[in-house]
Design a protein around this ligand. Structure first.
Ligand code: ASN
Ligand code: ZN
Ligand code: CA
Length: 326
């Protein structure tokens, strides 16, 4: 069908026809369903459905619009994992999750839940928009992937790595989408304006720009909120992808410093994401910390490209750039 989204313009989204009714059930992607909680906070509310295959009108005052955004984000995330890594769904078993929008009132968050195997989006309040942008959808669904693979415990350093994994693949999905209304960037939440002043939630090139995230590892980083201890891994991913120094990508200027003052030469986002994905799914465990993440990603880089490769050296240099050493 046609989705008239708020954040991503007009897009094609998967739906199902049943007699003269269309449902926001994506039969091509594990039967992923999108529900309207209509301000409730439990259950599934009602499946988006109607007499035509057009969803939303681009305006948040139309209840279907957030549904269209959420369905599109889920579809892109499914396609990214399937087409890039051959992973069929969050558990890799071909089964779709589901999305719920219009959670509660003025709720300024979105979350994944392992117990319902679903994602939930608030409408935001004041300046902030419904939290249904592409990077947010990719972030939340990736919590499901992490939970079903490495199982990184959501506290301490493993918690920071869990959060960074969601930021990394949320960003990778956003670039993969190649959507002209929600272009790829190394910012998190730039479309939802939670801060109310147009700034994003997080910056991967220099995480400390948000005023709380850490650019580099230090002993004790495990004691800060996981959305801030994610900083060094987000920064590692940026450095590994794009390299240090100043760079303009899709009109955004990045300036990524390194902890050791040494330059890093990037290997491109696709290779960096592949290294992280393989580390997540074959090396990381529930208790992986920053030192072990370094070891795991280096092992993957060695397996994929060899230990004398530019890619292997870039992984070494990028970890040194965020003060994670041997
Ligand atoms: N949106 C937040 C996140 O994905 C919700 C939370 O704090 N768990 O991290
Ligand atoms: Zn998260
Ligand atoms: Ca983004």
């Amino acid at each position: 069908g046609t989705g008239n989204t708020q954040h991503s313009g007009q897009v094609t989204i998967g739906s199902t026809q049943s007699g003269s009714t269309y449902n926001l059930t994506d039969g091509a992607r594990g039967g992923h369903k999108t529900y309207n909680l209509n301000h409730g906070t439990s259950g599934t509310g009602t499946l988006f459905s109607g007499p035509d295959d057009v969803w939303g009108n681009g305006n948040p005052s139309n209840a279907e619009t957030a549904g269209a955004d959420a369905a599109y984000g889920a579809q892109l995330t499914w396609d990214y994992y399937k087409n890039v890594y051959g992973r069929s769904g969050i558990r890799g078993d071909g089964v779709g999750a589901y999305s719920r929008v219009h959670y509660g009132n003025n709720y300024v968050n979105a979350f994944w839940s392992d117990s319902c195997f679903c994602m939930t989006y608030g409408d935001g309040s004041g300046n902030s928009s419904p939290l249904t942008a592409i990077d947010v959808a990719g972030h939340e669904m990736t919590h499901g992937v992490t939970s079903n693979t490495a199982g990184l415990i959501y506290s301490g350093e493993s918690g920071g790595l869990n959060e960074a994994t969601s930021d990394i693949f949320g960003t990778a999905v956003e670039f993969y989408a190649n959507n002209s209304n929600d272009v790829g960037d190394y910012l998190i939440g730039e479309k939802i304006d939670i801060n109310g002043d147009g700034t994003p939630l997080r910056y991967m090139d220099k995480p400390s720009k948000d005023g709380a995230s850490k650019d580099s590892w230090y002993s004790g980083i495990g004691n800060v909120d996981v959305h801030y201890s994610s900083g060094p891994a987000n920064h590692f991913f940026y450095l590994l992808s794009e390299g240090s120094g100043q760079k303009v990508i899709n009109g955004v200027t990045y300036n990524s410093p390194t902890a050791d003052g040494q330059p890093v030469t990037g290997i491109g986002r696709d290779k960096a994401a592949l290294i992280w994905y393989k580390a997540l799914t074959t090396k990381f465990t529930s208790t992986t910390n920053y030192a072990a993440a370094r070891t795991g990603t280096l092992a993957v880089a060695g397996e994929l490209y060899g230990t004398t490769s530019a890619e292997y050296k870039a992984v070494q240099d990028a970890w040194a750039g965020v003060a994670v050493g041997s």
